[in-house]
Design a protein around this ligand. Structure first.
Ligand code: ADP
Ligand code: MG
Length: 273
């Protein structure tokens, strides 16, 4: 067996697939550039470490169930001047995750709440944290079923485990008593343990109407907001802007139809997800 053959066998045996794949290039570069032994070793190890990180991020992104992957660089802050960029910069440091603090994104449809929630999740995943995305409606449906089947505690663990839980579209549909109780249990279980990133089209004052019961709404808000940062987005829908640019929204009356129209768009996205 030649040294190269022996090397390949060893790399395969140790599952060092990225080094194996780049072996020829690595050796050629080394004989051309004659790096120090340490530099050469670093280059070889980095080849494997980088590939592993990429694989890891890809898996975590799949596990996170994001409706789409969008990043901060794709977000036009100029379009949404009500957003305090300093606050966003602070959130991007991910300090809130280490403090198990929550992020609440509030605003009307189409202003970028889900986009920013997804971008924060992507940042967290790149930094090695686990994230999980679910709509409030799907969350409560799933946990409601678990409750009826007598396995709520076990099912709750799925939503308590990830460092970051994204709950999207809180408040589009009101919750019944069971839904509100379950939601309270989840928020309590994550309290000071893991971050929740929550998006809602309802202001805090309107939360009583989501839960039906103002007492449970207060109890939920109390825990949710104790350690939290609120991003209040007051602005125009980005979807509406794009449709207007395409000449699809010529009349002011038609702008009023933004709510049902964006509901349809959300439905479409859910089907393709
Ligand atoms: P919502 O506030 O209803 O959750 P989304 O985050 O889903 O809105 O935004 C609707 C669409 O518009 C998405 O495709 C999103 O990427 C895009 N979008 C919203 N705001 C911006 C922005 N300021 N810059 C770039 N894209 C944006
Ligand atoms: Mg949304």
């Amino acid at each position: 067996m030649t040294v190269i053959e022996l090397l390949r066998t060893t790399l395969a045996g140790m599952n060092l697939t990225a080094i194996d794949a780049r072996l020829e290039t690595l050796l050629e570069n080394a004989s051309k550039k004659e790096p120090s032994y340490a530099d050469f070793l670093l280059e070889v190890m980095s080849a494997e470490a980088d590939a592993r990180k990429q694989r890891y991020v890809k898996t975590r992104l799949q596990l996170a169930h994001l409706p789409y992957v969008k990043t901060f660089s794709q977000f036009d802050f100029g379009f949404q001047p009500s957003i305090d960029e300093r606050q966003i910069r602070e959130l991007r440091t991910l300090r809130f995750i280490h403090e198990a603090s929550n992020v609440i994104l509030l605003g009307p449809p189409g202003v970028g709440k889900t986009h920013l929630a997804v971008a924060l999740a992507e940042t967290a995943i790149q930094a090695g944290q686990a994230a999980y995305f679910i709509t409030a409606h799907d969350l409560v449906t799933d946990l409601g079923r678990a409750y009826r089947e007598g396995r709520l505690d076990r099912r709750l663990r799925i939503y308590v485990a990830p460092k970051v839980l994204i709950i999207d579209e809180m408040g589009y549909l009101p919750l019944d008593d069971l839904g509100a109780t379950i939601f309270f249990q989840l928020v309590s279980a994550r309290y000071e343990r893991g971050s929740i990133i929550l998006t809602s089209n309802k202001s805090y004052g309107e939360w009583g109407s989501i839960f039906g019961d103002p007492i449970i709404a207060t109890a939920i808000l109390d825990r949710l907001l104790h350690h939290s940062s609120t991003v209040n987005i007051r602005g125009e829908s980005y979807r509406l802007k794009e449709r207007r640019k395409a000449g699809l929204v010529p009349l002011p009356e038609q702008q009023q139809s933004e709510v049902p129209a964006s509901t349809a768009a959300r439905g479409k996205r859910n089907h393709s997800a």
